[in-house]
Write a protein that binds this ligand. Structure first.
Ligand SMILES: *[C@@H]1O[C@H](CO)[C@@H](O)[C@H](O)[C@H]1NC(C)=O
Ligand SMILES: *[C@@H]1O[C@H](CO)[C@@H](O)[C@H](O)[C@H]1NC(C)=O
Ligand SMILES: *[C@@H]1O[C@H](CO)[C@@H](O)[C@H](O)[C@H]1NC(C)=O
Ligand SMILES: *[C@@H]1O[C@H](CO)[C@@H](O)[C@H](O)[C@H]1NC(C)=O
Ligand SMILES: *[C@@H]1O[C@H](CO)[C@@H](O)[C@H](O)[C@H]1NC(C)=O
Ligand SMILES: *[C@@H]1O[C@H](CO)[C@@H](O)[C@H](O)[C@H]1NC(C)=O
Length: 616
């Protein structure tokens, strides 16, 4: 029997202001055993989140340092049961030895921008405790100044299928609070081994202004653009499906199941075609896309039903065939108002034909033209990096589909996100003498239920912030211009019913941090998309500088646990030392706390790296 240390307190606190969520997880353990014992602190966090603070006890405060040895402090745990919702989850894990009778506490803070998908924002908070906890609380506050249109709370989601809805919420038009604190009895009625679930909150906001919502605080702005009620533009969609040998079994079955539903959901005005590929490429209807008439959909379903998986994976040939369908040589494209989309699903790497990633990228870019490519990497063996780069190059995005019982639902969910194009080639513009250091403002598509976000800095003294937008809708190029009434808060001003708590400081700093968060994400994406090493280095350096400034743990920085000098340490009762967890159960990837070259003990004598083996 492995006895684990007793978790006496577990508190999750999350504050969302205008989709920007800051979550703190605090856990206290007590070593009730007569021996020294390792306490592990594990948190599942969304992979889009950046850690911004980590503290162990009173002794060790983690600092963010430039990444030196490229060590991962936390790794993706793409294992079954760890993939709640459609979001990628990563596991953060740190272990510390705790002497008998001693207590130890951990505090982790992470930040993320909640993306809008399918008409809602989803906040997922892990309550994976594995034991009953005496003092367990979860508190969420959500502040949305344009108004909350609905909110749903699903406590204790154990699988992707949402559980019973419970009304734990107090909310008015702009502010919602959720408090959850199950007693020991309530916890044990769920499971004698304690909670092992996710706490999910879904909500959406009102956004009546076609131009969206612009907020300016303390020299930073954020613009949320998500017009409602526009007509859906018909699409030309090509489904490209990997039917190589590795798809045999569950994966091909789930793909067929998903395709069956997806085909049934096509609209009459849509055109479509299907390509299957292994060594060879097979196109359902030669040379063109066909209208989604009832008969064509029926025929397509039959075609899907007959698919047999076997052979190798010729990604290059499949992409070129798809390109020919969206850009046929005798182009009818010019006159069509349909939005060209390629949905590309693979579970492997290129194994036959052209297999060099760079050549595949170049070929795809040359041939796909204005089509958007959406890559779906099915399972851990898929070349997700190649799909990400393909999507970046070709106006799309890439996603993981986890090998799990609900893979068909994941596929369908992703398709739904891109099934209803509303606008394309959206350019959001700001005046040069008002705004600078702006994140991406040109977007290939705006899909129903999503949201485009731009953030930047505002020059001092700007009163009327001007925003303009141009885009192509179902018929033509449209232009809009607006003076946005900005709610300036320059450290002093009316609270304007902005915050649940009336905490003005929190409100104004969120845009600032959101800008940093977003800019770092973009720099990292641009680095992935860049081909020459000098550009990549410069982008990495910029991302590193910003990450360090805002204390964000990102792919270019590391978390370093440092020890205060002896005087301070002496005042604290514990003698525990964090240790890098070496091995854990096979399903859990281990977090290593790494130290960087830049923070070598000699450069800052007040601190010392506690992991001698990985300090330089
Ligand atoms: C991190 O959390 C600790 C403990 O709550 C706090 O003292 C410290 O100021 C925080 N650091 C940052 C950078 O927020
Ligand atoms: C539970 O934890 C909170 C926050 O640390 C604390 O204020 C409260 O007193 C604790 N309650 C019990 C019963 O221990
Ligand atoms: C990636 O780079 C290509 C050019 O190589 C460019 O066309 C494309 O827009 C870039 N994508 C992003 C998201 O920056
Ligand atoms: C806010 O501004 C007013 C005058 O504009 C000033 O009197 C007041 O002290 C300021 N308050 C704060 C908290 O800065
Ligand atoms: C919403 O509730 C919060 C407190 O829960 C309050 O501060 C705020 O003024 C309320 N807003 C409106 C519009 O009623
Ligand atoms: C990053 O920061 C370093 C040190 O402050 C500075 O020398 C360098 O120019 C910065 N790099 C970029 C790209 O901003």
């Amino acid at each position: 029997v492995i006895l684990s240390l007793k978790v006496t307190d577990y508190h999750v606190t999350c504050s969302v202001v205008s989709r920007y969520a800051v979550t703190t997880v605090e856990s206290s353990v007590w070593n009730q055993l007569p021996i020294i014992k390792e306490a592990a602190f594990e948190v599942d966090l969304p992979s889009s989140a950046f850690i911004s603070n980590f503290t162990i006890g009173k002794v060790y405060v983690a600092q963010v340092k430039e990444r030196a040895a490229a060590r991962k402090i936390y790794d993706a745990a793409k294992k079954q049961g760890k993939t709640a919702g459609l979001r990628e989850i990563e596991k953060f894990r740190v272990a510390v030895s705790v002497p008998s009778g001693a207590r130890m506490s951990f505090l982790l803070t992470y930040e993320e921008l909640l993306p809008r998908r399918l008409g809602r924002y989803e906040l997922s908070l892990g309550l994976r405790l594995g034991q009953l906890v005496q003092n367990l609380t979860l508190d969420v506050s959500i502040t949305e100044r344009t108004g909350i249109s609905f909110i749903k709370v699903f406590p204790l989601k154990t699988s992707r299928l949402l559980g019973r809805k419970e009304a734990l919420t107090v909310w008015n038009s702009t502010c919602a609070r959720i408090h959850y604190s199950p007693t020991l009895q309530q916890q044990s009625s769920v499971s004698a081994k304690g909670l092992n679930a996710d706490f999910i909150v879904q909500y959406d906001v009102d956004l009546r202004d076609l131009m969206g919502d612009v907020q300016v605080y303390d020299g930073y702005f954020v613009h949320y653009f998500a017009p409602r009620g526009l007509p859906v533009v018909p699409k030309d969609v090509i489904f490209v499906i990997d039917v190589s040998g590795s798809m045999i079994g569950t994966k091909i079955k789930q793909t067929k199941q998903a395709m069956n539903t997806i085909l049934g959901d096509l609209r009459e005005g849509d055109h479509f075609n299907i390509i299957t590929f292994s060594d060879k490429v097979h196109t359902w209807k030669k040379g063109r896309t066909v209208r989604a008439t009832r008969q064509n959909v029926r025929d397509a379903k039959e075609f899907i039903r007959r698919i047999i998986a076997e052979g190798w994976t010729n990604i290059n040939a499949a992409l070129l065939s798809a390109a020919q369908l969206v850009n046929p040589p005798s182009s009818g494209r010019l006159s069509s108002h349909r939005v060209p989309l390629v949905i590309f699903l693979t579970d492997g790497e290129a194994t036959i034909g052209i297999t060099s990633g760079d050549t595949i990228l170049t070929n795809a870019k040359k041939s796909l033209g204005s089509a958007s490519l959406f890559g779906l990497a099915f399972g851990d063996d898929a070349d997700f990096l190649l799909l990400k780069r393909l999507a970046l190059d070709n106006r799309g995005v890439a996603r993981m589909v986890y090998e799990d019982a609900d893979a068909a639902l994941q596929l369908k969910g992703f398709y739904d996100e891109v099934a209803s194009p509303l606008l394309s080639d959206i350019q959001l513009s700001y005046l040069d003498d008002q705004a600078f250091d702006i994140t991406r403002s040109l977007f290939p598509n705006y899909f129903q239920g999503s949201e485009l976000v731009v953030t930047g800095k505002v020059k001092p003294g700007v009163k009327d912030f001007k925003v303009s937008m141009s885009a192509t809708d179902s018929k033509q190029r449209v232009k809009l211009e607006n003076d946005v009434l900005t709610s300036h808060v320059e450290g002093n001003g009316s609270t304007d019913s902005l915050s649940c708590s009336g905490d003005l400081e929190g409100i104004s700093s969120f845009v600032h941090r959101l800008w940093a968060y977003f800019t770092i994400k973009e720099l990292l994406l641009a680095k992935l998309n860049a081909s020459d090493p000098a550009t990549q280095r410069l982008l990495a350096e910029k991302a590193t500088n910003l990450s360090l400034k805002y204390n964000f743990v990102t792919p270019v920085t590391s978390l370093v646990v440092v020890k205060p000098d002896a005087d301070e340490a002496a005042q604290t009762p514990t003698t525990a030392k964090p240790t890098a967890a070496a091995t854990t159960a096979s399903t859990v990837t281990t977090a290593k706390v790494s130290a960087s070259r830049k923070s070598s003990p000699s450069s800052n004598p007040r601190y010392e790296c506690i992991f001698k083996n990985i300090c330089y």
